[in-house]
Design a protein around this ligand. Structure first.
Ligand code: GAR
Length: 189
């Protein structure tokens, strides 16, 4: 049985697109069905991409709502979908404990740094400002903390000679786009 997943995004959705491609004809083809792409921002560019890819999309705008009230609305929406996993792909919100409790060990995130060293936003900016020669991307389970959930897998990103933030991001995202699907494959197999 394929795992039924929802992909959660807040922005451009390049990781969402990479995962969907692997579900449609790649390493996740027999393992995963993307039943929903959810965004918390009306202006998330990834929503349009998801529609073009033929996926069901839904947006609940989070601005102006308290965390618990917003998460409750999302939980109500999700209750129609019988999800096995929620896969966060550039979803820029900390989840409430009620939300995490509803999907124990079934929410997965990718973080553009080693979560032991850098939490929160701007992972590539952090690596660039520190002048790191290598950084890591981390796939981890989500708990109610900020990037504190158990690490599932990490992959290094070679930053030698990367002299601009754009280049750091380009190299990091190239790893993310491959590594997230590969890690999901290992979890679901
Ligand atoms: C990715 O680099 C992802 O790792 C990061 O946001 C970007 C989203 O890009 N996530 C976080 O920083 C979460 N703390 P995308 O919308 O193109 O996938």
């Amino acid at each position: 049985m394929k795992k039924r997943i929802a992909l959660f995004i807040s922005g451009r959705g390049s990781n969402m697109k990479a995962i969907v491609e692997q579900c449609q004809g790649g390493i996740l083809k027999d393992l995963v069905e993307v039943v929903l792409v959810f965004a918390n921002r009306q202006d998330a560019g990834g929503l349009e991409h998801a529609q073009q890819l033929g996926l069901e999309t839904h947006c609940i705008e989070s601005r102006g709502l308290k965390r618990t009230a917003f998460d409750q609305k999302v939980l109500t929406l999700l209750s129609d979908y019988q999800l096995d996993y929620i896969v966060l792909a550039g979803y820029m919100r900390v989840l409430s404990s009620a939300f995490v409790a509803a999907y124990p060990k079934r929410i997965i995130n990718i973080h553009p740094a080693d979560t032991a060293q850098h939490q929160g936003l701007n992972g590539y900016g952090w690596a660039f400002e520190k002048g790191l020669e290598t950084t890591k991307v981390t796939v981890h389970y989500v708990d109610e903390g900020l990037d504190t959930g158990a690490i599932i897998a990490q992959h290094s990103v070679d930053l030698k000679g990367a002299s601009t933030l754009e280049e750091v991001e380009r190299r990091g995202l190239a790893v993310e786009h491959y590594f997230y699907s590969k890690t999901l494959q290992e979890i679901f197999e």
